[in-house]
Design a protein around this ligand. Structure first.
Ligand code: MSP
Length: 508
């Protein structure tokens, strides 16, 4: 099966922050999960580089727009490996093949009568890159999102006959009641269709954009340009190959609720107009918040990811974001919150259990060299049954894109394994010769159980889970086809701590 996942392409008016990283990580986890399931997955992310917002930011920085977008786009690209993200392609809307693609689809729309010329006057917010109706604005004609005055604009533009797609959109929504998740966002999007107007898809007031081929006075509206990235990328991501046939339509498009309307009303209508199949699932998540507000460029450093990544690699941050914020809802993030999860769950619940298990194996079963072999444990033991139940449940939740639920399922099993150690108390069993078999079984259960945990956590913490498996003599490749008994007979030595204690005082 093939699986195509996308993130929004991020505006290059400012540097990346943790909010962008969140979407990118979530989509990476979904992609890695699909690969783990043996599916062929393609993961796209990139940058959105045209429009007045970017042109203004470039002017403010005193740079030429192309040089400016080259520079900021690179920051987004450089962040990916730091976050442990394995994307298959990084698209920039300033790529020549993307520009030709947009011109080709728009020409098709124009030729088939979906595009006409008209004059529009209204209130425009450059931050949002959209017009607002009078009643959507705050007192004094202020944008409700950017809290900045909007501009009154009057332009003769090209318009897309969005209203002509109303019935087809409604039909699609009714036939596919789960295509937007969660349900509340589906309902919101459906309500938007009732108030459709035709959409201006070009601008005469700016030059930083893709030229309208049939009108040399205009460039395309940035959202028409940007949305088609999801389709254009497949046509040129691999030289000499068109991946459209293989991966289109997107299996899941991940985004936050700020850009719901563009993705669930305009985007499907554009696709209908050009005859491309609609995405299977639009997955809408909430905001990372700081002090109750959406994290944005000015607040991006409230939780600075770079020192965390430098100190611990990307895995603890990936874990923290997905574990702390209920996927689909808003969630506050902070340095203190990170420290709590790190110490409580990663270092204590998981890291400690791995080192205790390996240390006990070596202590009670090791040879003169300090090497112990993982004992064999039949798959009839309760821990094995529970591990398999846990994996079934986790798999179902991951398929359903319930990232938070899936992590909770795994964690509940981690907590059970910790209880198992306390109940069995191997240190007591070790004192009694008659309990040798139970000691061996217990240690084996812990190893196999921890390998099951590593298997399920591998999409979230790929490097860490490779280390866990390695502690028990199992390679990452072997772990990918985990079954009970995988570690049997493998050599174990005393491990290094997985999650060294944090040296941040703020959580004490
Ligand atoms: N360029 C458009 C998207 C075009 S897609 C065809 C855009 N860019 S953006 O830089 O503003 O990125 C918005 C996206 O970044 C959100 O939809 C979300 O995926 C991510 N996030 C930005 N800030 C975020 C939070 N504070 N919290 C969660 N996600 C955040 O819109």
């Amino acid at each position: 099966m093939s699986f195509y996942v996308t993130t929004p392409i991020y505006y290059v008016n400012s540097s990346p922050h943790l909010g962008h990283a969140y979407t990118t990580i979530a989509a990476d986890v979904m992609t890695r999960f699909q690969r783990l399931m043996g599916n062929d997955a393609f993961y796209l992310t990139g940058t959105d580089e045209h429009g007045s917002k970017i042109a203004e930011a470039a002017a403010e920085a005193g740079e030429d727009p192309q040089a400016f977008t080259d520079r900021i786009s690179q920051l987004f690209r450089d962040l990916l490996p730091l976050l442990g993200v394995e994307n298959d392609f990084f698209i920039r809307t300033t790529d020549a093949p993307h520009k030709s693609f947009v011109q080709a689809v728009a020409t098709k729309m124009h030729e088939q009568g979906d595009i006409y010329q008209d004059t529009y006057s209204g209130w425009y917010c450059t931050g949002c890159e959209r017009y607002f109706a009078d009643d959507e604005l705050l007192e004094g004609n202020v944008c409700p999102i950017h809290k900045r005055p909007v501009e009154h604009m009057e332009e003769t533009n090209w318009f897309f006959k969005l209203t002509a797609y109303k019935e087809r959109l409604l039909a699609h929504f009714h036939a596919n009641p789960t295509w937007i998740q969660p349900k509340s966002k589906y309902n919101e999007a459906l309500a938007l269709i009732d108030q459709l107007d035709d959409l201006s898809i070009s601008r005469s007031s700016i030059t930083w954009g893709i030229d309208v081929p049939w009108d040399d006075q205009q460039v395309f509206y940035v959202w028409l340009d940007a949305l088609f990235n999801y389709a254009s990328a497949l046509s040129y991501a691999r030289e000499g190959e068109d991946l459209t046939e293989k991966f289109w339509p997107p299996t899941v498009q991940v985004l936050a609720k700020d850009i719901l309307k563009f993705h669930t009303v305009y985007w499907p209508a554009f696709l209908m107009a050009v005859g491309l199949e609609l995405p299977e699932t639009m997955l809408i998540h909430g905001y990372l918040t700081v002090g109750g507000d959406k994290m944005g460029k000015s607040m991006g450093n409230a939780l600075d990811p770079f020192p965390l990544i430098e100190a611990h690699g990307p895995d603890p941050l990936r874990f923290y974001l997905l574990r702390e914020v209920q996927f689909g809802q808003d969630g506050a993030v902070s340095q203190e919150g990170f420290a709590r999860r790190y110490d409580g769950e990663l270092a204590n619940d998981l890291g400690n259990l791995v080192s205790r298990t390996a240390a006990m194996l070596v202590k009670y079963r090791g040879d003169d060299e300090g090497v112990a072999l993982v004992p064999e444990v039949p798959s009839s033991v309760e821990v094995a049954t529970n591990a398999n139940i846990m994996i079934e449940q986790w798999r179902g939740q991951m398929h359903a894109l319930d990232l938070s639920g899936a992590l909770e399922t795994v964690w509940s099993f981690v907590r059970d394994l910790n209880k198992h150690v306390e109940t069995r108390a191997p240190w007591k069993l070790a004192k009694d010769e008659g309990s040798a078999l139970l000691l061996e079984t217990t240690l084996g259960e812990l190893v196999e159980g921890l390998c099951a945990v590593a298997y399920t956590l591998s999409p979230v913490m790929p490097a860490t889970t490779t280390k866990i498996a390695g502690t028990f003599g199992v390679t990452a490749d072997e772990l990918a086809s985990w079954s009970w008994g995988l570690a049997h007979g493998r050599p174990v030595t005393k491990p290094q701590p997985l999650f060294p204690r944090l040296e941040v005082a703020s959580h004490s």
